[in-house]
Design a protein around this ligand. Structure first.
Ligand code: ADP
Ligand code: MG
Length: 381
């Protein structure tokens, strides 16, 4: 790391776009491909129109291109997506920087596939943790290190512990330094990759998934894997500092509009809540991207649990990567256009990254002086 300890540095949000393969349902309904990767940074979306047989066809005369930091199509392997988006955040997290990776896009576009993946093709969660443990192992001679994981969901503006679902609803609390914490969340410590995948897969089954008309396994909750790494130099003379890096890996609920899923009753209420969190996220993205231009836009993080938790990720101290997901199909054109629009806006967001150092000597000095003061008080009595 080149930055000086304590100094902060501007960071621009990294935005990646992933187009998943066509699925059977899309092929069966006669959908055509309207979203394509042009090169490693560019994608094109063609506005579909109906042909003489009422099939939607891509209209080349009405196409729009978008540029991202990196673009993937159906050929991209999980390893490739991980390497281009997340791998290079690890070194920073170990040396005390915060980082966030979040998957954005409508239901069925591939968010959970990218983040969790499947046993044969694990996603970003497991690959990141594997590399994190390898890096820690390599620095073992000089550094003492501990890693804690928490896995939670936000559903209907309520937080649940996915590693301990019986613990009920959890509260967000702000500490004295203004940092957001989740009271009572399980912090799990392990370095065994298989155990982690089993834990996350089990946790994922605890996610609130209820069928909607749009997608049977639609995920209406936001899942957040939080990894905290604390590191301290073994050689006492070198430094008494503890570095603390936090990594958030977020699998958002589907960004599709409630109307499209024909939500009614309970679904409708969920939709409203999901829209509240996602609306708050969209508002933050809008305000932050405008702020980058004007420099004076108010950003309201307090509107939802999601934006309170992601405050640092969006506008504070974090290196942040957004992976936007779309389907290639003409039948999902509107959702793809909407997703591309927000991903495009998110490119303007800037954060300020700063190493988190907890100086043990400083705290000790503080305690010593407090104790000395107390002693004086007692002597006076
Ligand atoms: P989301 O989490 O965005 O709702 P999923 O990740 O559950 O969507 O993906 C929907 C379906 O498509 C799943 O069956 C998933 O395995 C499959 N899928 C998504 N992306 C890919 C991909 N890049 N390659 C292969 N299958 C994919
Ligand atoms: Mg999902």
């Amino acid at each position: 790391m080149k930055e000086l300890p304590g100094g902060s540095k501007d960071h621009q949000l990294t935005v990646a776009l992933r187009i998943r393969p066509m699925n059977e349902a899309e092929l069966e309904e006669g959908a055509t491909v309207v979203a394509k990767r042009v090169d490693d940074q560019m994608v094109v979306l063609m506005d579909p129109c109906e042909d003489s047989e009422n099939h939607l066809r891509a209209n080349r005369s009405r196409e729009k291109t978008y540029m991202f930091d990196v673009a993937f199509d159906q050929k991209a392997q999980q390893e490739e997506v991980y390497e281009a988006t997340t791998k290079n955040l690890i070194e920073g997290v170990i040396s005390g920087y915060n980082a966030t990776v979040f998957a954005y896009g409508p239901t069925g576009a591939g968010k959970t596939y990218t983040m969790l993946g499947v046993d044969s093709e694990p996603g970003i969660y497991v690959r990141t943790l594997n590399d994190l443990f390898k890096a820690i192992e390599a620095s073992r001679d000089d550094m003492d290190c501990c890693v804690f994981m928490s896995y939670l969901e936000i559903y209907n503006e309520v937080i649940r512990d996915l590693l301990n679902p019986s613990s009920g609803y959890l509260d967000l609390r702000e500490d004295a330094k203004g940092e957001i914490r989740i009271a009572g969340i399980t912090e799990f410590s392990t370095s065994n990759a298989k155990e982690i995948m089993a834990l996350l897969t089990k946790g994922n089954k605890q996610r609130t998934q209820e069928p909607t008309a749009a997608n049977k396994t639609s995920s209406r909750s936001h899942a957040i894997l939080q990894v905290t790494v604390k590191q301290k130099n073994r050689i006492k003379d070198v430094s008494e500092e503890v570095r603390m890096g936090k990594l958030f890996m977020v699998d958002l609920a589907g960004t599709e509009r409630a109307s499209q899923t024909q939500n009614r009753g309970k679904r409708m209420k969920e939709g409203a809540h999901i829209n509240r969190s996602l609306l708050a996220l969209a508002n933050c993205i809008n305000a932050l991207s405008e702020k980058a231009g004007k420099g004076s836009q108010f950003v309201n993080y307090r509107d939802s649990k999601l934006t309170r938790l992601l405050k640092d990720a969006l506008g504070g101290n974090s290196r942040t990567v957004m992976i936007a997901h779309i389907s290639p199909a003409s039948t999902n054109f509107e959702e793809s256009r909407n997703t591309l629009l927000y991903a495009d806006k998110a490119k303007n967001i800037r954060t300020k990254v700063k190493r988190n150092l907890l100086n043990v000597n400083y705290h000790l000095a503080q305690y010593t002086s407090i104790i000395a003061d107390l002693r004086k008080e007692i002597d006076r009595l």
